[in-house]
Design a protein around this ligand. Structure first.
Ligand code: NAP
Length: 239
């Protein structure tokens, strides 16, 4: 039996991944501040990944191990993430930078270790939702670029640990039509000089739907090849 944990399942890509997994008969535990209307096959817990103390307390509880019990393959999709704060250092809110580092890096790293330890008998697959911004630097996105690069390097190092029953991949999903893209298009030009590129993609109708992206991402997560490349791009991968 397969079971999955998905972070940031309340909206956007995470909601579509959770729905895709449930449709394929895989029970999902969703973790976010908000809820999703997904119905049967879905459990949800309210966790704020920006609150490191609250996350630590949650990780010390039994929700994760109770949910994963009885599964022989378990999946963790570290999808929750934030793009803000956007702008050069002189204008960046330091507290927002700290919070983004906790949400985008601290939480997925802590959750990955807790997840591996919560299901010691199972094959464990971890997918970090990374970004092209972890691989190419963009002005105004220093926090976002740095946090996504950290996920890529985490996956590379986990692969070197060499546990054949623990696979970890950091995957860039492409550009998807979600609240995060709307937030990017609403950024003042001075804070994000490349904004027009994202406005053009939306107007040109080239953004992927969350459902289409989620279907490919779940194919990748369930494929025999999963883990062959620690850092990958969904636009390249033939699952
Ligand atoms: P989104 O629409 O803004 O949704 C973000 C999700 O993360 C929500 O479910 C949100 O849930 C959760 N989240 C945010 N802050 C949280 C917190 N403090 N605690 C717990 N959960 C939190 O973003 P998206 O576009 O779907 O992005 C999903 C992932 O894909 C992100 O990691 C993003 O960096 C990555 N990505 C997106 C694109 C794109 O084009 N959209 C491209 C490359 C990579 P709550 O608000 O309910 O807590």
């Amino acid at each position: 039996m397969i079971k999955a944990v998905v972070t940031g399942h309340s909206r956007g890509l995470g909601a579509a991944i959770a729905a895709e997994l449930v449709t394929r008969g895989i029970p999902v535990l969703g973790l976010a501040r908000g809820h999703a209307e997904i119905g049967e096959g879905m459990e949800q817990a309210v966790v704020d990944f920006g609150d490191a103390a609250a996350l630590a307390a949650w990780l010390q509880g039994h929700t994760l191990s109770s949910f994963l019990a009885g599964a022989d393959t378990v999946l963790l999709v570290n999808n929750a993430g934030v793009v803000s704060p956007v702008g050069p250092l002189a204008e960046q809110d330091p507290v927002a930078a700290l919070r983004a580092a906790v949400i985008n890096v601290g939480a997925p790293l802590a959750l990955s270790a807790a997840f591996v330890q919560a299901a010691p008998q199972a094959e464990r697959r971890i997918l970090h939702v990374s970004s092209g911004a972890g691989r190419s630097a963009y002005p105004g996105w220093s926090v976002y670029c740095a946090t996504k690069a950290a996920l890529d390097q985490h996956a590379r190092a986990v692969a070197l640990d060499g546990d054949p029953r623990v696979k970890c991949v950091s995957l860039a999903p492409g550009v998807i039509d979600t609240d995060m893209q709307a937030e990017i298009r609403a950024t003042p030009d001075a804070k994000f000089p490349l904004k027009q590129r994202f406005v053009d993609m939306k107007e040109g109708g080239v953004l992927e739907t969350p459902a289409a992206c989620a279907a490919k991402l779940v194919d990748c997560l369930l494929s025999k090849r999963f883990g062959h490349e620690a850092v990958d791009d969904l636009r390249n991968s033939a699952a």
